[in-house]
Every structure is written in structure tokens, then in C-alpha cells.
Design a protein around this ligand. Structure first.
Ligand code: SF4
Length: 221
């Protein structure tokens, strides 16, 4: 499996080049994006981030003092805006009280303990927590998303019935704990899922195509 995953990564990297993900200027901006992108297209998240930037609110210290309804208006393009405004405020409360708004202090925390802590914050599930750990804090934690699950299931590696933790363990058991590798591998899979491994897959043009065609299972993802 180690060779299979490494081979997959090499093919993707050689086809797409380094993905340079996550697109953000600061670790805090990564966290904003990770919270806002839940159930939203990235283009809409960018609009919400620009609105926050324009209002000088792309800082959790400022979010902690911001009016939640005004915040909801700003993040409206990212959908579920009332819940997401609350999620930003709740994260700001947690980040301020626990780490005094310091990314460095947060980074020093033990990874598994921090993950448990993050999972206790309003609207932070495994994918959001792991995105924060990997992309904002550079911890070697593999992020799983719907694209990754679809690609691996179509290649017969794990079925869609497996849990988030099963998919994550597969990568983390067989790849060295390297934040830069996990960062780019996940970003490659997102790009692959977005461009080729769609609900109707474009296998003939895909960098992961195999010589002998395999049966592709459909997906509503
Ligand atoms: S598009 Fe086809 S070849 Fe490419 S990852 Fe999906 S199932 Fe595999």
C-alpha cells in the first residue's frame, strides 16, 4: 500500500506540479477559510474572506469583539451565514481564552490533544480540525475529504462505507509523518477530484488512469 500511495502521489505531482495549498496570507486566514468552506464552493468563500478583509475583521482578536449579525452579513456569500458567523465567534472565544490569540502557542500544543480540543468547538468536525492542524499549524495530520474518499473507493482501496478515521489511518500508517507531503498530497487529490474524478469520471484523460480499465462505482458526491 505504501508503494501504491506513493506512486499515486508521484503521478499527480508530475501531472499537476506543486499545488501550493492553502491559498492564504496568514495561518489565521487559513482557519477562517477552513471554517467558511464547510458546504460551500471555494469561490464563494473567497468572496466572504474579501468582505471580512475589507471590514478589517480577518483577525480572531477582532472577531471576538465583533457584532455577530454584522458578521453574518459579511460572510453571507459562504452560505449558512448565521451558523458560520457564530462558528467564527465561537472559535475566536476559544482561541482567545485558551491561547491568547497566539498561533505559536497553539502550535506548541500536543497534536492529538489539540485535535480533541478543536473537535469540541462549535461546528468543527474532523475535516475542519485536520485542515487547521495541517494547513495553519503545519502538523503532520492527513486531511480527508469527499474527493479523497471517492477516488480511493473507485480504485478499490477502501469502500465509501469506511469511516473518516479509516481513510486517514490508511495514509498516516503508510506515509512518513511529513506535513509538506500531506499538504501537497491532499491538495493534489482535491484538484484531481474537482477536475477529473467527478460524479461522472473522466478516466480517459486522468493522470491516474490504468491500462486495464476498472469498474468505476458511481457517486453522488
Ligand atoms: S477519474 Fe477515473 S482514473 Fe481518475 S481517479 Fe477517478 S476513477 Fe481513477
Amino acid at each position: 500500500m505504501k508503494r501504491r500511495l506513493s506512486g499515486m502521489y508521484k503521478k499527480l505531482h508530475s501531472a499537476f506540479g506543486p499545488r501550493k495549498w492553502w491559498p492564504a496570507d496568514t495561518p489565521e486566514e487559513v482557519i477562517f477559510g477552513a471554517i467558511l468552506t464547510q458546504n460551500a464552493a471555494w469561490a464563494n468563500v473567497v468572496q466572504a474572506l474579501q468582505a471580512l478583509k475589507g471590514a478589517r475583521l480577518l483577525s480572531f482578536r477582532r472577531i471576538a469583539a465583533a457584532d455577530e449579525q454584522a458578521l453574518a452579513r459579511l460572510v453571507r456569500p459562504a452560505r449558512y451565514f448565521n451558523q458560520k458567523a457564530r462558528a467564527l465567534r465561537e472559535f475566536a472565544g476559544y482561541f482567545g481564552s485558551r491561547y491568547n490569540f497566539s498561533i505559536e502557542r497553539m502550535r506548541r500544543r500536543d497534536t492529538l490533544e489539540l485535535r480533541d480540543e478543536l473537535l469540541g468547538v462549535y461546528r468543527i468536525g474532523p475535516e475542519t480540525a485536520d485542515s487547521i492542524l495541517l494547513y495553519a499549524l503545519e502538523k503532520p495530520v492527513f486531511v480527508i475529504d469527499a474527493y479523497t474518499q471517492r477516488i480511493l473507493s473507485r480504485h478499490g482501496i477502501l469502500s465509501m462505507q469506511h469511516s473518516y478515521a479509516d481513510f486517514q489511518q490508511l495514509f498516516m500508517k503508510h506515509l512518513r509523518p511529513d506535513a509538506a507531503l500531506y499538504n501537497d498530497f491532499h491538495a493534489q487529490l482535491v484538484h484531481l477530484g474537482n477536475q477529473y474524478c467527478k460524479p461522472k469520471p473522466l478516466c480517459d484523460e486522468c493522470p491516474l488512469r490504468v491500462k486495464r480499465p476498472f469498474k468505476v462505482q458511481g457517486s453522488t458526491v
